[in-house]
Write a protein that binds this ligand. Structure first.
Ligand code: FAD
Length: 383
């Protein structure tokens, strides 16, 4: 790679912006091409939760890298709401996994603790603990506004002399002796390297280069809950999934007197067309959500459902992101996409890994992250 390559990043969502930031920090010249506006894709439709309450050591390690970055950005002015994250358990086996998570997180310097069923009401006074064994609580986790995050990163990227071109869509690509000539909606651009951070559109972007990328756009819905009065405590992010994965819901504080809830459905649904899907919450989903909420937090004061919306999770077959080249013989075309329901919290570490691939030809700064490359074994149809 040349000392200061010109890299074009396709997509100004969290993955594209974090990749751009990591690249400019290491001296690359970056142009971000965005078909619409900054954070107009999945990123702006997310509920912005950043958590580390997982049980797989590698997944926790990825979040350790991300959380380090979020802390740095918070120090530089990005708002981060440390409301805590409570993941509920219905079985003893799940509590055992959570106990192991507490150990792994402690080794990595993250605070978390087990909460037994009889202690849940200390954290969430309105919770109905029926059917629960307890939970895993991380007091430092929380949420941020992904629109704000992308624009915060955009300011840094621009201040370093790189560019973000909004309403400029990639339409085609030609390989040159070195790098690419990109056809866009506003004329051609030449560059050395391309990063495909197109989110749910990443397969379409890949196709412009003759590549096949298996990312499934999966529709998810969120709803605002209005309360008659503020709760008198801060509702942490509460993740209440039936089998630890699968169906259920999550909800969290948004502002005094307001929560946001997201509903998870089992075996979700057909792939969506990212250019033509229902971006509103369906009435039936609101009914389902109300039932689940009434079961878990039955006495929220005057709770009523407000505005809802839908967005897309870009999902891979194994539910882990793609970061790296699809084709090892073309190391100048890097994919950073497919982060599913975790593309806000994983974006900083994905951006770091993608920048490693661009500048060093391998993910040198994050141990084990070679396994996130979209290899032939992983880049397969899902569902
Ligand atoms: C309801 C909901 C709740 C969620 N909650 C959370 C959460 O709490 N925590 C979490 O971590 N994640 C959450 N997610 C997931 C998260 O939003 C996504 O994983 C993440 O936003 C994906 O980011 P991205 O940068 O890959 O894609 P996007 O944000 O979609 O960005 C891709 C961009 O590429 C642009 N683009 C596409 N094609 C082209 C082209 N040809 N030329 C130029 N530009 C192009 C698009 O316009 C788009 O802006 C949630 C998602 C939804 C829908």
């Amino acid at each position: 790679m040349t000392v200061s390559p010109h890299v074009v990043v396709i997509g100004a969502g969290t993955l594209g912006m974090c990749t751009a930031l990591n690249l400019v920090e290491q001296g690359a010249r970056v142009t971000v091409l965005e078909a619409q506006s900054i954070a107009s894709g999945s990123s702006g439709r997310s509920v912005g939760v950043v958590g580390s309450q997982l049980t797989d050591p590698f997944e926790i390690m990825l979040r350790v890298h991300s959380l380090r970055r979020f802390r740095q950005w918070e120090g530089e002015g990005l708002r981060f709401n440390h409301i805590g994250y409570l993941r509920l358990a219905r079985t003893k086996a799940q509590m055992e996994l959570f106990a192991r998570s507490v150990e792994i997180q402690a080794e990595a310097g993250l605070r978390s603790r087990l909460v037994h069923a009889n202690e849940l009401m200390d954290l969430v006074p309105h919770i109905n603990p029926d059917g629960l064994e307890g939970g895993l609580f991380g007091p430092d986790n929380g949420f941020l506004d992904p629109y704000e995050m992308c624009n915060f990163l955009a300011r840094i990227v621009r201040a370093q002399g790189s560019e973000i071109r909004q309403y400029r869509k990639l339409l085609g690509a030609q390989r040159r002796t070195r790098g690419y000539r990109l056809e866009t909606s506003h004329g051609p651009i030449d560059c050395d390297v391309v990063v495909n951070a197109g989110g749910a559109w990443a397969p379409q972007v890949a196709a412009l280069f003759g590549q096949r990328l298996h990312i499934w756009p999966e529709r998810h819905e969120a709803v605002v809950i209005h309360l008659d009065e503020p709760l008198g405590y801060t509702m942490p992010m509460v993740m209440d999934l039936v089998n630890g994965e699968g169906s259920g819901l999550n909800f969290r504080h948004e502002k005094p007197g307001e929560l946001i809830a997201e509903i998870h459905k089992v075996n979700s649904i057909a792939p969506e067309d990212p250019d033509n899907y229902n971006d509103q919450c369906e009435e039936q989903s609101k009914v389902d959500l109300a039932e689940l909420l009434l079961e878990r937090v039955p006495d929220l004061p005057g709770a009523r459902l407000g505005r809802g919306w839908a967005g897309l999770y870009p999902v891979t077959a194994d539910h882990r992101p793609f970061v790296g080249p699809v084709d090892a013989s073309e190391p100048t075309l890097i994919t950073a996409a497919g982060a599913g329901g975790y593309g806000i919290q994983l974006a900083p570490v994905i951006g770091q890994i993608a920048a490693d691939w661009v500048l060093h030809g391998a993910p040198v700064s994050v141990p084990g992250s070679q396994s996130l490359a979209p290899s032939a074994e992983r880049n397969v149809p899902g569902h």
